[in-house]
Design a protein around this ligand. Structure first.
Ligand SMILES: C[S@@+](CC[C@H](N)C(=O)[O-])C[C@H]1O[C@@H](n2cnc3c(N)ncnc32)[C@H](O)[C@@H]1O
Length: 297
């Protein structure tokens, strides 16, 4: 065969399936479903992105086409495509000590002034809501351990939740690549992680024991027990429409202890009625400064 000879005809191979198209009405159905079920906001300019994510979802789940996907989503609340859709429409991007000023504030305002009380058994509760693969709650735990090495034997707990059950399973394993650990100081990595035979890093039991992981959809009921001294909900509300965001802030305000801190993402702002009781306390940090109206939904 010379370089110029035509490619042989692929006579015995089945034709490649055509890439499923996303019609405007299917996009609207997916958008309505993800807003109703997960609080996610899919504006029209995201159609292309949603389309490419759905193609990947079909490939990964083996679902044959978008019509079948919609049918399964709308008729079977337990279908595997539901979880896959959440993963497809959100990003799980996270990092250890992302937005590090929040962890400094946690140490300065909630830990250092209370060290003696915490050593004597005072209660400290922190919620990482939308924790992705666990780097955020681990960073909270590492900040605490830095000040209280005996923290896992004290009355200190971190609740870490995410809508994506696959992320929660990953977080429970506590395994991270060397690259994912690049935000950690060498000392922190040495003291709190072990290297597995395949070169991954596993977080140690002291941090792991403080954290309780659970799958939880923030727009459904919360079977959680407050009050919390701090709630981290960073880079999550950005996916929600304004009314869903405002409801979320109010619900967090009701679960915070007096003076408790709410940490949110760099491009998020507390808005709506919760603004009456959550006052700015730093870069994208809010403090509960008045009693929230507990009747409000
Ligand atoms: C970009 S990550 C943010 C992770 C971490 N908070 C941080 O800032 O590094 C957003 C996370 O929010 C989760 N999420 C999206 N919608 C949610 C919902 N309705 N309820 C709970 N978690 C949700 C996603 O699964 C994803 O893991």
């Amino acid at each position: 065969m010379t370089l110029l000879s035509p490619a042989p005809l692929r006579q015995n191979r089945p034709p490649l399936p055509e890439e499923p198209q996303l019609s405007e009405s299917d996009f609207q159905r997916i958008a309505a479903f993800s807003q109703r079920e997960f609080g996610l906001c899919q504006s029209g300019d995201k159609k292309q992105l949603v389309h490419s994510r759905l193609i990947r979802l079909l490939r990964e789940t083996g679902c044959p086409d978008i019509a079948t996907l919609l049918l399964r989503l709308e008729t079977d609340p337990q279908c595997r495509e539901r979880t896959a859709l959440i993963s497809a429409l959100t990003t799980n991007v996270t990092a250890f000590f992302r937005e590090p000023h929040h962890f400094r504030q946690l140490a300065d305002e909630l830990l250092r002034p209370r060290l003696e009380a915490l050593r004597r058994g005072a209660r400290l509760r922190i919620w990482s809501a939308g924790c992705s693969a666990g780097q955020e709650p681990c960073s909270i735990a590492l900040t605490i351990l830095d000040h209280l090495p005996e923290a896992c034997r004290l009355n200190i707990r971190i609740l870490a939740t995410d809508i994506d059950a696959a992320m929660i399973s990953r977080a429970r394993r506590g395994l991270y690549s060397a690259e994912e650990c690049s935000g950690l100081s060498a000392q922190m990595e040495r003291e709190h992680f072990r290297t597995t035979p395949d070169g991954q890093r596993q977080i140690g039991p002291e941090a792991g024991e403080m954290i309780r992981y659970a799958a939880l959809n923030l727009i459904e009921d919360w079977p959680v027990q407050g009050p919390f001294d701090a709630i981290f909900c960073r880079n999550v509300a950005i996916y929600f429409d304004k009314p869903t965001q405002m409801t979320l802030w109010q619900r967090f305000a009701r679960l915070l202890a007096p003076g408790g801190l709410l940490f949110i993402g760099h491009s998020e702002r507390v808005s709506g009625p919760a603004g009456d009781c959550l006052t700015s306390a730093g870069i994208t940090t809010y403090r509960l400064s008045a009693t929230p109206d507990r009747r409000m939904k």
